[in-house]
Design a protein around this ligand. Structure first.
Ligand code: G3P
Length: 220
């Protein structure tokens, strides 16, 4: 199972690397806006800095902010030209699907984002998206079980041997990650705090404190 980190923050990317939990990075316009970048040139430079931290088989999803088809193509081509590790992230809209088709023909990798239904995932796969990003947490927020969407997408992709990879996104809890692993998704993309929650257990902390206390009581 691949672990992507959902951030544009270089320090968090390095932290994930040091934990051995980094197989790629996903960003979105909200995440980019949290960083010290104030114009397009700085944003492009920031993507290049992320790329330079990645190993050969790793990549970073960089999202277009255009909604018009022609603008999406232009923006996506510019993003892809920044570095070979860039995957163009495109929203699930009619223009987005046409753009995915275009990039598929041009052999530019895409990640279709804002996936909230099985039908959307099917369309993205047919258009040739390399990745789909179904948003678990945001579905849970509106009382829909995000994990059941992931299961359905996995089932359909397996039925037809679609090559599109499921990159489970909007991860909010360690349980999301564990359940995604049980379903067998290709990857989760998670914020660093959820990765830390994954490695924590109160009984580990209690057990460790007792070991040290017992040892120090006897060994002077
Ligand atoms: O990058 C897309 C997705 O992971 C966003 O997550 O927590 O803002 O719903 P969240």
């Amino acid at each position: 199972m691949k672990f992507f980190i959902d951030t544009a923050n270089l320090k968090e990317i390095d932290e994930a690397r040091s934990l051995g939990m980094l197989n790629g990075v996903t960003t979105n316009p909200s995440l980019i806006s949290k960083e010290s970048v104030y114009n397009q040139k700085e944003i492009y430079q920031h993507y290049i800095s992320i790329c330079k931290r990645l190993k050969n088989d790793e990549n970073v999803s960089a999202e277009v902010i255009s909604s018009d088809y022609t603008d999406m193509i232009q923006e996506g081509e510019k993003l892809a030209s920044l570095h070979p590790k860039i995957v163009v992230k495109i929203p699930m809209t009619k223009n987005g699907v046409m753009a995915i088709k275009y990039f598929f023909r041009k052999k530019i990798k895409t990640n279709c984002t804002l996936i909230f239904s099985t039908g959307q995932a099917l369309v993205a796969a047919k258009a040739g998206a390399d990745y789909v990003s179904p948003f678990l947490g945001r579905l849970d927020d509106v009382s829909y079980n995000g994990l059941s969407l992931i299961k359905e997408i996995k089932n359909i992709y397996d039925n037809y041997y679609f090559k599109t990879k499921i990159l489970a996104a909007s991860i909010r809890s360690p349980l999301h990650i564990v359940e995604c692993a049980k379903i067998g998704v290709y990857a989760v993309t998670s914020p660093i705090n959820v990765i830390y929650s994954l490695l924590n257990h109160p009984l580990t902390n209690i057990g460790l404190a007792r070991f040290i206390k017992d040892f120090k009581n006897k060994i002077k």
